[in-house]
Design a protein around this ligand. Structure first.
Ligand code: SAH
Length: 218
């Protein structure tokens, strides 16, 4: 049987991996995760022919699948060892969820828009990935039942870091979250050391808003 990734778009996928390498992605596990993830299954069929361009694309409900380079940059910052338990906020298309499944041990992902979550569920299954758990709800509350997490990745921008997410970070755990105004944000890396949280400010970012009780409330 053909692998779930299939031969379809194989050349385009390899070219995207080379493009990411050229733009500074050197983590081989991250590059391999891209090689093994069929991004064309995570975008609407009308734009599938553009799935391997390094660009964000609309996925419906006013949301976008992030630019591959943004995903790759996030994932390279974490330096996965393969043993991590990860919480993703903002499943969106489910594409990053699958990249995470290739890089970490356990993946939990929360999305607030039901039709997007259902599309993501279908695409994740079509990509042949099983070890991910999805939840419909307000991700600014995190997902307490499975906490603490070694890694928390937030794929939408918040005015502040939601306190429940800090509480659900394991000792030594790391979180990446874009923080700022609705128009522009800075990526913040938070590292938990005991009860202290060390924050490092990384580059500028532009994400859709994190809408919820501990994010943007309107
Ligand atoms: N990494 C995803 C990003 C999708 S865009 C991808 O590339 O496909 C960000 C997603 O965050 C959107 O789907 C949006 O609906 C979701 N989102 C925004 N606020 C949220 C919240 N409070 N809880 C869960 N998901 C949220």
């Amino acid at each position: 049987m053909e692998s779930p990734v299939g031969r379809q778009f194989g050349g385009a996928r390899r070219r995207l991996v080379e493009e990411l390498r050229g733009k500074g992605i050197t983590d081989l596990a991250v590059l391999k995760a891209f090689e093994n993830t069929p991004r064309h299954l995570f975008v609407p069929t009308g734009v599938a022919h553009r799935a391997y361009e390094d660009t964000p694309l609309p996925i419906g409900n006013g949301q976008t699948i992030s630019q591959p380079m943004v995903h790759a940059y996030y994932l390279q910052l974490i330096k996965f060892t393969g043993s991590e338990k990860v919480l993703e906020i903002g499943t969106g298309s489910g594409f990053e969820t699958v990249l995470l499944a290739h890089l970490a041990a356990q993946v939990f992902s929360v999305e607030r828009i039901a039709p997007l979550l259902e599309n993501a569920r279908t695409a994740i299954a079509a990509a042949g990935v099983e070890r991910v758990s999805l939840l419909l709800g307000d991700g600014t509350h995190g997902w307490k039942a499975h906490a603490p997490y070694d890694v928390i990745l937030v794929g939408a921008a918040s005015p502040d870091i939601p306190v429940p997410l800090l509480e659900q970070l394991a000792d030594g755990g790391r979180m990446l979250i874009p923080v700022g105004t609705r128009e522009e944000q800075k990526l913040i890396q938070v590292t938990r050391v005991g009860d202290a949280f060390e924050k490092a400010e990384l580059g500028p970012m532009r994400f859709v808003p994190l809408l919820g009780e501990h994010g943007w409330t309107s």
